[in-house]
Ligand binder design. Structure first.
Ligand code: CA
Length: 514
């Protein structure tokens, strides 16, 4: 020590003051959130998938903290992503529902967001990949710069698909501008009616290379029918099969460009959401059809990102969070054989969980949730109850950023870093505007009318009498303890109503902002 102290002082005096007074390695790690789209708890090999081998995602799990009780707030994309970005429960915002491709920006530019917080801490920030949080103010003109866009809620750079791969417009939007658009062929989008003379899946089934099963029978692009109508913009239309390569290249370039300063990167994977369009390198490789193939493709992307960080020498200074926006679905509107091939091979996308995407049962919201930080986090499997909602307050704690406002986000940093088993005590889960309540090992599902399942075949969790489950003893939610433990049900219901009283009306079974 006697030798090293004057050495450092000398270095500072010779122009390395910044490096000496703050240590980026200690205080400002890069942070990458990789958010898969509709990837189930059981879709990765480290969590039981036997027919799908995901070595790159498994590496994050085996060398990081793997959460067995990690949740999205919601069983669908938009509300789930809203919670991750804002640290607020989505059911407190009446517009936080699955958005069409031309929806206005859901997040108020005045609202505090995770990326804005990172900017305030001196980070450069980017969102690349799937968005589905709206852009513009409605009636979007795709031929002009769209305001507001992702950049207005905290991203210095954005390169996005506006909504989902199955919704128009089928173009990339960079910093509010459609990429590759030519002035003499403007792009038009409509979710109400078709443009005259434009083919649809109903009028021109012979144009389809992928057939629809339900819903997706409007505009056709790349032989794939979509939700919504579009016309023009031919030079800007994406090639589905190249999307993974495109986003992965952009992510690697962004990392290279920003390797010398702290960055926050949100990478929205588009897999394994429908339509599943693997690159030819992956097509047919899983034995589970295109859904399995695109999971392998997503795993490859994850590997590319991690290896790139390693190659640049910044992997140990990068905290990586890998999770999924909601649970899995097999038949989500296209005839891609996902359900048949999963059944034939015994693949269970939710693992042992009941339900899936759209569901109030656990399969809707309990998702892969991995936190990896080479050299800082010791490998661990954690049963702590954590939610994507909590990333905001926890990252604030990591950066010692004061949060002077009430958020639903909880600081669970010790749990995320694997230093504590203490997670949340309770969590409200949401699916299609309905809510369930987890407290400790118990799940309450209030009484809801409505169908048992939707067109996908996934159970929705509508239980007309209500439901009570002990998920430590009964992970698959097969035993409704409502009648055998009425006191527990009543106690849970009382707590649930207290938490949600300003929003939930048990008479109408609906969330109402009062
Ligand atoms: Ca999703």
């Amino acid at each position: 020590m006697k030798v090293s102290v004057p050495t450092i002082t000398l270095s500072c005096l010779t122009g390395l003051m910044a490096a000496c007074t703050s240590s980026p390695k200690q205080t400002q790690p890069n942070i990458i959130v990789i958010l898969a789209d509709d990837l189930g708890y059981g879709d990765i090999s480290v969590q039981g998938a036997k027919n799908i081998h995901t070595p790159n995602i498994d590496r994050l799990a085996n060398e990081g903290v793997r959460f067995t009780n990690g949740y999205a707030t919601s069983a669908t994309s938009t509300p789930s992503r809203y919670a991750l970005m804002t640290g607020m429960y989505p059911w407190k915002n009446k517009d936080a529902k699955i958005l069409p491709g031309d929806a206005p920006l859901l997040i108020n530019p005045n609202q505090l967001t995770l990326p804005k917080m990172m900017q305030e801490e001196g980070y450069t920030t980017a969102a690349i990949g799937k968005w589905h949080l709206g852009m513009g103010v409605g009636n979007v003109n795709w031929n002009e710069t769209i305001h507001p866009n992702a950049n207005d809620i905290g991203f210095d750079y954005s390169y996005l698909i506006a909504a989902t791969v199955d919704r128009v417009p089928t173009v990339y939007v960079e910093n509010g501008n459609v990429v590759g658009l030519e002035k003499d062929d403007p792009l038009y989008v409509d979710y109400e009616k078709n443009f005259e003379g434009e083919p649809t899946a109903l009028s021109h089934p012979e144009m389809l290379k992928l057939r629809w099963a339900h819903g997706h029978n409007q505009s056709i692009h790349n032989g794939i029918p979509r939700i919504g109508y579009q016309k023009g913009g031919k030079s800007a239309l994406w090639v589905d099969e190249d999307m993974a390569d495109h986003f992965t290249d952009l992510v690697k370039q962004y990392i290279s460009d920003n390797k010398d300063r702290p960055f926050f990167l949100y990478f929205g994977l588009h897999q394994p959401h429908v339509p599943r369009t693997p690159n030819s390198r992956f097509a047919g490789t899983s034995g589970l059809g295109s859904r399995g193939d695109v999971i392998l493709e997503a795993d490859w992307s994850v590997g590319e990102v991690v290896n790139h960080l390693d190659k640049l020498g910044i992997l140990e200074n990068t905290l990586i969070i890998f999770t999924s926006d909601n649970g899995p679905v097999l038949n989500d509107g296209y005839q891609d054989q996902a359900a048949e091939l999963a059944a034939a091979s015994g693949h269970k996308p939710t693992g042992l969980l009941r339900g899936g995407k759209y569901s109030l049962f656990e399969g809707g919201t309990r998702v892969p949730f991995l936190v990896y930080w080479k050299g800082t986090i010791k490998p661990k499997v954690s049963d702590a109850l954590v939610c994507q909602l909590d990333l905001m307050a926890s990252i604030a704690s990591l950066l010692r950023h004061p949060l002077n406002m009430a958020l639903d986000s909880r600081n669970l940093l010790p749990a995320f870093l694997g230093k504590s088993d203490q997670g949340r005590e309770e969590l409200i889960l949401e699916a299609n505007g309905k809510m369930a309540y987890r407290s400790g090992d118990w799940i309450l599902i209030p009484p809801y009318s409505g169908p048992e399942a939707n067109l996908t075949g996934n159970e929705l969790g509508n239980l007309p009498e209500g439901g009570l489950f002990n998920i430590r003893k009964d992970l698959g939610q097969q035993q409704n303890l409502l009648s055998t433990d009425r006191a527990k049900y009543d106690q849970m219901m009382s707590s649930f109503l207290e938490i949600t009283k300003e929003y939930y009306n048990p008479e109408t079974e609906e969330i109402e902002l009062k």
